[in-house]
Design a protein around this ligand. Structure first.
Ligand code: PEP
Ligand code: MN
Length: 337
């Protein structure tokens, strides 16, 4: 809903002679950020801005001086409908369930290396093996992934070690082959706004891990999820992987407010990817703790047996040993509220 040049989540009209200053204080006391608008003919409305705390419209209607409360219609009803828990290939994400580990290399480099990493990860409680066969690389000269053969290596390694597969569909042309191997299809950050791809991935009727675009607002991210649900995806897991910021000390800025908002207020399943967020392995452990504290129902971490030789994203990869240490220090993962 547009309220002047800002969007708003509610419009509150007031009765004649309402005490406007008292109403402003009542709204602020409930965590509502409001903009007052006088129409010049004696009528006043309060626009409630989207970064306000959630509040009960019925309770607002009871306040002295409030005439009506109109709530903006949701732009993503099918996403709102999936509140609660989401199941992917027998693994449950969400409220009341322990957080889930998803881990593996940035790209699937060889049959042997993916099998070796899968074996170690399965032993420490990882449920989803990750790894890209088709890589979205900023430079066209960088390693682009091993393509279709890598999907086979990934799926075979996962099967051997009782893991599920999450891997990225980079283009519409590869959705079908990716869907043939993946339990959870990843849509990458650079593709969150690729609506043709979203429709194509959705038509595969598999659950989707939707990474947040690196400059996407939360509403745009939810709307991209709505595309997926509308066109056939049975479930969408939202993956916060950091957004662009002005600061070069980290690769991206992990938006923990978005994690807390989606999990605690919208009751949606959020996976956090601290590897791409920080871009540096020395921050992966603390950001994992922060992600879980903020409500993430899963954490996706890049690992590599020899990060110095990784074909992509080596500087942010944990060795399997680092990863095992992280899991040890965390102890059993918390169940979500
Ligand atoms: C990845 O998961 O390997 C990846 C490319 O992630 P993102 O789309 O978040 O950059
Ligand atoms: Mn990567």
């Amino acid at each position: 809903m547009l309220c002047g040049r800002k969007t708003c989540s509610m419009i509150i009209t007031v009765t004649p002679n309402a005490d406007l200053e008292r109403l402003r204080r009542d709204f602020a006391a409930r965590g509502l950020w409001t903009v007052r608008h006088d129409d010049g003919r004696g009528a006043t409305v309060f626009f409630v801005l989207p970064h306000s705390a959630s509040s009960d419209p019925e309770e607002l209607r009871q306040l002295p001086g409030v005439a009506t409360v109109t709530i903006a219609a949701s732009e993503h009803p099918l996403i709102d409908d999936q509140r609660g828990i989401v199941e992917v290939a027998g693994v449950t994400f969400g409220s009341g369930h322990p957080a889930v580990w998803l881990a593996g290399p940035c790209s699937v480099e060889s049959e042997e290396s993916i099998d070796a990493v899968a074996r170690r990860l399965a032993q420490v409680g990882v449920r989803f093996l990750r790894g890209g066969a088709f890589k979205p690389r900023t430079s066209p000269y960088a390693f682009q992934g091993n393509g279709e053969p890598a999907l086979g290596w990934l799926a075979a390694a996962a099967r051997r070690h009782d893991l599920r597969v999450v891997t990225e569909a980079l283009s519409e042309a590869t959705v079908e082959v990716v869907a043939g191997h993946a339990d959870l299809i990843q849509v990458g950050s650079r593709n969150m706004h690729n609506f043709a791809l979203l429709r194509g991935v959705a038509r595969a009727r598999k659950p989707v891990l939707l990474k947040r675009g690196m400059a996407a607002t939360i509403e745009e991210w939810l709307a991209a999820g709505e595309y997926l649900r509308l066109h056939g995806a049975p479930a969408v897991l939202f993956c916060e992987r950091g957004i662009r910021s002005f600061d070069a000390m980290t690769r991206n800025l992990l938006d923990l407010s978005a994690v807390a908002l989606l999990t605690h207020q919208y009751r949606l399943p959020v996976i956090v990817d601290p590897s791409h967020a920080a871009g540096r392995r020395d921050l992966v452990a603390p950001l994992t703790r922060a992600a879980l504290a903020a409500g993430a129902c899963g954490v996706m971490i890049e690992t590599h047996d020899d990060p110095g030789r990784a074909l992509s994203d080596g500087p942010q990869a944990l060795t399997a040993t680092d990863f095992e240490r992280l899991i040890d220090t965390l102890g059993p993962l918390p169940s979500l509220p």
